[in-house]
Design a protein around this ligand. Structure first.
Ligand code: GLA
Length: 423
């Protein structure tokens, strides 16, 4: 227990200084970026003849941009549509520039960006540090400046730089060179790097402080797939305290660890598990890129993804990445300190026994005073649960269920109420 308290204290101290960290000098991603990304749901579907709605084409990205804009997603902060692999033609043009596949993107990327910008939506694109992308399309190797200039001239707002088919030992110079080339275009382009994931996979030492100086966000771990196992394996990776020591502390305004896409609204997750993925991605201050079909999403999935109280935890300006503070049998407690001195908490029940279980958060576990009252608000139920001293316990559904709470010391809440009254 002593160790846990010390760990929480160090994390809160580190959070205080997050703003001082050196970061990529583009002023972007001061809170975790949000939007939609094609890969997990639509992969490399090239069959526009038989599957015109789902293939990787300008229609798919226009459809998703329209849904973001017309169905109100942009008001919640989901304001990016991102292309992934398989968009270019197999060959560059005579000047060595990338071109979009002419059949699937007949109007080109510049036109697509203009259409999306007209809807209030930004466009992201995908490239690869190596000679070819993971799916075998032309890579950026030997074309760094040309590609950065091309993307800027098209009005691209974000670049995901993958790392297939490359010499991984050169990434420490190659990824910063791409970041510099993006900066030199003069267009603000959010830079998402797969660099640390490739180094980790090679068992290399990953220098996250250095990576955070050059990238706005970065992938740390395996690709997400459409399964609960994939989701909880990723959560476990981030919950591992030694991983938090390694990369959790470099997260903050301008720099985010990326556990990959949200799969809420797809085929595998139960309602409880969907709530869990969203709660954890928000608690971990993760980029929120949905990979689902916004043309056919259920009201249930939409309600989860548009929960403003939980989105506020994700977008909290302090930018601390939440972390696991307690694990016992199949029960876990995680927390994220917020800028207003309150703390967001997840109670997680991983048991498959079929019964709900009572899980307790001890206030001192999450950096709050052990004595004195704390108000508890349930962020999925949108309900104040009362004021408690020392701890709070509640039932949590099994098979991955979560309860997500906001804990606020009462003295603080009283002061805020008094201030509001004076105003
Ligand atoms: C890698 C990345 C994925 C996706 C595919 C595309 O696997 O990690 O996110 O971009 O490549 O080929």
């Amino acid at each position: 227990m002593q160790g846990t308290i010390r760990f929480c204290f160090l994390v809160m101290l580190a959070a205080t200084f997050t703003g001082l960290a050196v970061s990529l000098n583009n002023g972007l991603a001061r809170t975790p970026p949000m939007g939609w990304l094609a890969w997990e749901r639509f992969r490399c579907d090239l069959n526009c003849k038989d599957d015109p709605d789902d293939c990787i084409s300008e229609k798919l990205f226009l459809d998703m941009g329209k849904r973001l804009s017309e169905d109100g997603w942009t008001k919640f902060g989901y304001d990016r549509v991102n292309i992934d692999d398989c968009w270019p033609a197999k060959e560059r043009d005579a000047e060595g520039r990338l071109v979009a596949d002419p059949e699937r993107f007949p109007h080109g990327i510049k036109w697509l960006a203009e259409q999306l910008h007209g809807m209030g939506v930004k466009l992201g694109i995908y490239e690869d540090y190596g000679t070819k992308t993971c799916a075998g399309y032309p890579g950026t190797m030997d074309h760094i400046t040309t590609d950065a200039d091309t993307f800027a001239s098209w009005g691209v707002d974000m670049l995901k730089m993958d790392g297939c088919n490359s010499n991984i030992s050169t990434m420490d110079t190659g990824y910063p060179a791409i970041g510099d080339a993006l900066n030199k275009t003069g267009r603000p382009i959010l830079y998402s790097c797969s660099w640390p994931d490739y180094e980790r996979a090679r068992h290399m030492d990953v220098n996250y402080t250095f990576i955070a100086e050059h990238c706005n966000m970065w992938r740390n771990y395996h690709d997400i797939g459409d399964s609960w196992q994939s989701v909880y394996t990723i959560i476990d990776f981030y919950g591992n305290a030694s991983n938090y020591e390694l990369f959790g502390k470099v997260a903050g305004p301008g720099n985010w660890n990326d556990p990959d896409m949200l799969i809420i609204g797809d085929f595998s997750l139960s309602f409880e598990q969907s709530k869990a993925q969203f709660a954890f991605w928000c608690l971990m201050a993760s980029p929120l890129f949905m990979s689902n079909d916004l043309r056919a999403i259920s009201d249930e999935a939409k309600t989860i993804l548009q929960n403003t109280e939980i989105l506020a935890v994700n977008q909290d300006p302090l930018g601390v990445q939440g972390y696991r503070v307690h694990q016992y049998n199949n029960h876990e407690v995680w927390c994220k300190p917020l800028h207003d001195k309150s703390v967001a908490v997840i109670l997680w029940n991983r048991s498959t026994g079929g019964m709900h279980s009572k899980i307790t958060v001890q206030f001192k576990q999450v950096g709050l005073p052990a004595s004195g009252n704390v108000t508890v608000r349930d962020l999925y139920e949108h309900q104040d649960m009362g004021s408690f001293s020392g701890s709070y316990s509640t039932y949590v559904n099994p098979a991955g269920g979560v309860v997500m709470l906001k804990l606020t010391p009462v003295a603080l809440a009283d002061r805020r109420a008094a201030e509001a009254y004076v105003l």
